[in-house]
Design a protein around this ligand. Structure first.
Ligand SMILES: [Zn+2]
Length: 446
């Protein structure tokens, strides 16, 4: 497939080794029984753009080190461009000959564009370079319990297309991977032509996504195994994390958390999750299970949970919690937007439901604030109710359980992206692996 050059003329992209693998996976049968086919075999890819830690031989280490430096310079250009090569050297701390050589490669790859040279008083004509945000695309997917949402973005985070479909039942863990591959292809099919090469796919999944070795625990998806399975089928790197951790990463990249060092994001979906950013890095815990706040015991006591315990916080403070409270009030089968409508009409049952919801969510917020002392708590997720209903009430409820100095020093606000916050965060995970290179320990490859 031809891609758009900056000057508008089509050309064949040099980085397209993944198209063969995509062609191979085009025969997969999805969980819904629909074969993926057609133009997807021609989707251009650029898998080398995503930086992954590699175990290289001593001889390969200097090549890997150079590659990581190139991505660090790319990030300097993204954050501060247009910049001359001399300015890039100054900001990055690397020497000018090395910077010039790496920037030349970036220009050659067309991920960086050269502006017209600017005359200076001393007669030198430095050529500023800037990021070509149309050079590649990244795909973010939220595999939710009830709905799957995918967004395709360019390198500046602009959404190029979006797809939302109901999530089917999965008879086996591998059928989940089949479904993700098929869904990714359906999103890409909707992309306006011509499409820039796809660099990678991020997938946020609710529940426990483990970073350790696979064990007998059937409820855990093991990240490495699942990522390799998806990467192989998609032909580009796939990054899999818990949905709330993806949400936190998205908030860090281009959401409400962009200006903060340390913050918490509550993810009110079918369940309740927590993403936590400490010093601008998502905290995942020893096994990747950090943030499972929905299964702390602050909910209605005695109510059994699918996790095997009772009294879990998400039996009240979540989308499913709201619906359970609605059933208790005799409102069987009602949808949350309908409950919000009843609330605004002054319905006493809806008032009781949202009051109980904010009461328990407030305790969860107070717990998070006391444990981690974040600068801000962001309340996000598909079923974060219309903020006008509960936000002031939530602040009051959480303040009841917080020390006064923490109430004064902790900001709290809603995230307006609602159901798109997780898929955007999943796409941000790929951007993070293109630009930040912060996930790679440079010392390990030296
Ligand atoms: Zn539970």
């Amino acid at each position: 497939m031809d891609i758009q050059r900056p000057d508008g003329a089509p050309r064949r992209h040099p980085h397209n080794p993944g198209s063969q693998q995509l062609h191979g996976s085009a025969s997969l049968i999805s969980a819904t029984g629909t074969p993926a086919n057609g133009p997807l075999a021609d989707i251009p890819t650029w898998p080398e753009l995503v930086v992954s830690p590699k175990n290289t031989s001593p001889a390969g280490r200097s090549i890997e080190k150079r590659r990581i430096r190139k991505h660090q310079l790319l990030n300097v250009i993204r954050e501060h461009g247009p910049l001359s090569r001399a300015d890039i050297a100054k900001i990055s701390g690397y020497n000018l000959p090395s910077v010039s050589s790496l920037v030349d490669e970036l220009v050659n790859d067309q991920i960086v564009l050269e502006e017209e040279a600017r005359p200076t008083s001393r007669g030198r004509r430095p050529i500023p370079v800037l990021l070509n945000h149309k050079a590649a695309t990244v795909l973010g997917i939220d595999l939710g319990t009830s709905a799957t949402i995918g967004v395709l973005m360019n390198l500046s985070g602009e959404v190029l297309c979006r797809l939302e479909t109901p999530t089917p039942e999965f008879p086996t863990p591998d059928s989940k991977a089949d479904y993700i591959v098929d869904f990714a292809m359906r999103v890409l099919q909707r992309c306006p032509e011509p499409m820039a090469p796809l660099a990678g796919v991020g997938v946020g999944i609710s529940g426990l996504i483990g970073t350790g070795r696979p064990s007998h625990q059937n409820s855990v998806i093991f990240e490495d195994r699942f990522q390799s399975l998806l990467s192989e089928r998609l032909g580009v790197p796939a990054l899999v994390k818990n949905d709330s951790q993806m949400l936190a990463l998205g908030s860090l990249w281009f959401g409400s958390g962009a200006g903060y060092e340390t913050f918490a994001v509550l993810n009110i979906a079918e369940g309740l999750g927590l993403g936590f950013v400490i010093n601008r890095r998502v905290y995942r815990g020893a096994m990747g299970f950090a943030g499972d706040i929905g299964h702390t015991p602050m909910g209605d006591p005695g109510i059994p949970c699918y996790c095997g315990n009772t009294g879990c916080t998400e039996n009240v403070a979540s989308g499913n919690g709201i619906l359970r409270l609605a059933r208790q009030e005799g409102l069987e089968g009602i949808a949350i937007p309908e409950l919000e409508r009843l609330y605004y009409q002054g319905d006493e049952r809806a008032r009781r439901i949202f009051h109980r919801f904010t009461e328990v969510l407030g305790r969860a917020v107070a717990t998070v604030v006391h444990l981690y002392n974040p600068e801000v708590v962001i309340v996000a997720g598909r079923w974060a109710p219309e903020s006008a209903i509960y936000f002031d009430q939530l602040k009051q409820e959480s303040a009841l359980h917080m020390r006064p100095s923490l109430v004064e020093s902790t900001a709290m606000f809603p995230c307006k992206l609602r159901e798109d916050a997780v898929p955007r965060g999943s796409a941000a995970s790929v951007l993070h692996h293109i630009f930040s290179a912060a996930h790679v320990d440079l010392e390990e490859v030296l």
